[in-house]
Design a protein around this ligand. Structure first.
Ligand code: PNS
Length: 164
C-alpha cells in the first residue's frame, strides 16, 4: 500500500491545502494529513480545533485520515511506517525553505523519508493561512480562500460572529 503524510500547521486549512490534499489522495492509497503541535507558535486554532476542521473539510475523501504530531516529522513518519511526505509549492519563494526541509528530513532519516512536492494550482497560488487570518481580522472577505464553515469559525475567533 502506498501511503504518505502531509504535515503542516493548517492554521487554518485553506483551499490551497485542500487542493493539495485532494490531488495527493488521488496518487496515494492512504494519505494522513497531520497537524503539527508547535509550542513555539501561538496559533489561532488549537490542534484539536484544526483536526476537527480538517476532518470536516475532507469527509468526502475516504482515504484521507487526519492526525496530529509533535516533535520531529521523521520520528512521526517512522512510527507510522510512512516514507513519503507531501508538501505544496506555491512559488519560488517557498522553494528555498521547502528544499532545506526536504533535504534535512532526508539526511536525518538516512533516506527513509522522501518529500514529494505538488505545485499549488494557479488559482490558489496567492493563498496563505497568514493572509487569510489578516484579511479576516479586518472584516475582509475570505470566501475565496476557505470553505464557508471554516470562514465562520475564523470570524468567530475574531469576534465578528458571522461571515460578513
Ligand atoms: O504548514 P507549515 O507551518 O509550513 O508546516 C511546517 C512543517 C510542520 C512541515 C515543519 O515545520 C515540520 O515538519 N516541523 C516538525 C519539526 C521537524 O521535523 N522539523 C524538520 C527538521 S528541522
Amino acid at each position: 500500500m502506498k501511503a504518505a503524510v502531509y504535515p503542516g500547521s493548517f492554521d487554518p486549512v485553506t483551499y490551497g491545502h485542500l487542493d493539495i490534499i485532494r490531488r495527493a489522495s488521488d496518487i496515494f492509497d492512504e494519505l494522513t494529513v497531520s497537524v503539527l503541535n508547535n509550542h513555539l507558535k501561538s496559533p489561532l486554532f488549537s490542534v484539536e480545533e484544526r483536526v476537527k476542521i480538517l476532518e470536516e473539510a475532507t469527509k468526502d475523501l475516504p482515504n484521507v485520515k487526519i492526525d496530529c504530531f509533535s516533535g520531529l516529522l521523521i520520528d512521526y513518519a517512522k512510527k507510522k511506517d510512512v516514507h513519503v511526505a507531501i508538501r505544496g509549492l506555491r512559488a519560488i519563494t517557498d522553494f528555498e525553505y521547502e528544499l532545506q526541509l526536504a533535504q534535512t528530513n532526508s539526511k536525518l532519516s538516512n533516506g527513509e523519508l522522501d518529500t514529494m512536492f505538488l505545485t499549488t494550482s494557479l488559482e490558489y497560488a496567492y493563498l496563505s493561512s497568514s493572509s487569510v487570518k489578516e484579511i479576516a481580522r479586518f472584516h475582509g472577505d475570505i470566501s475565496m480562500c476557505v470553505p464557508a464553515f471554516v470562514a465562520e469559525r475564523i470570524y468567530e475567533k475574531y469576534g465578528h460572529g458571522s461571515c460578513r
